[in-house]
Ligand binder design. Structure first.
Ligand SMILES: [Zn+2]
Length: 215
């Protein structure tokens, strides 16, 4: 348990250091910041995640694995919208071929959980953070799992497709009805649903991508 806590702490510190050092324009995949290499050994991870490690890495790649691990440590729980935000930010980086800290972001996810949990996944995956001043929230009363990503003169919009959003909303409503909000059982069930979406949902399938500006 103690070792697990140390690994979690190291992952979190690695995340912070990675973000803090991003202005030095370190290429993300020349290596980790704190880790010599990012851990993939099953015994270092929580028992409910272990069976999915190989599946997640082979289906979505090591970068998404690392990003969702760091997102979850930073976010302090393994949630649904935070995972979707991590997948969204990574999808945006792939569109632009950008390293971390290569994009600016305008989020439409607001400040109210659970949808605003998207913002933490976006920050961890893109390196566009409040600390850097490179992410901001749209001044809109509507909260949506949607964000605009800009590099140079090009802006794209990524939004979770309605069918996936409906599935998330139905799952959350069902879990609240079954366990009550904020109960231990509710949060452990959210975690199980999150792990399933992490493993099953491809960042190439779940978002509408539109080019907002290209000049
Ligand atoms: Zn959350």
């Amino acid at each position: 348990m103690k070792r697990r806590v140390l690994i979690a702490a190291a992952a979190f510190l690695g995340c912070l250091s990675l973000i803090a050092c991003a202005h030095l324009h370190q290429a993300r995949h020349t290596g980790c910041v704190i880790f010599d290499e990012f851990p993939q050994t099953a015994s270092l991870f929580q028992p409910d995640v272990r069976p999915f490690i190989d599946q997640i890495i082979s289906r979505h790649g090591p970068e998404e694995w690392e990003t969702v691990v760091l997102t979850s440590e930073f976010h302090t729980h393994l949630g649904i919208y935070s995972i979707i935000g991590a997948k969204m930010g990574l999808r945006a980086r792939e569109y632009f071929g950008a390293d971390r800290d290569g994009l600016t972001v305008l989020s439409f996810a607001g400040r109210q959980p659970p949808i605003s949990c998207l913002n933490d996944g976006i920050q961890a995956s893109t390196g566009a953070t409040l600390g850097h001043g490179t992410i901001s929230l749209a001044d809109s009363p509507l909260r949506m799992p949607k964000a605009r990503f800009t590099r140079g003169n090009i802006t794209i919009c990524l939004e979770l497709k309605q069918a996936y959003r409906q599935r998330v909303e139905d799952d959350i409503a069902r879990l609240i009805e079954r366990h009550g909000p904020n109960s231990d059982n509710y949060w452990s069930s959210v975690r199980q649903v999150g792990i399933r979406y992490w493993a099953d949902w491809s960042r190439n399938d779940i978002f509408h991508l539109t080019v907002v500006q290209n000049e």
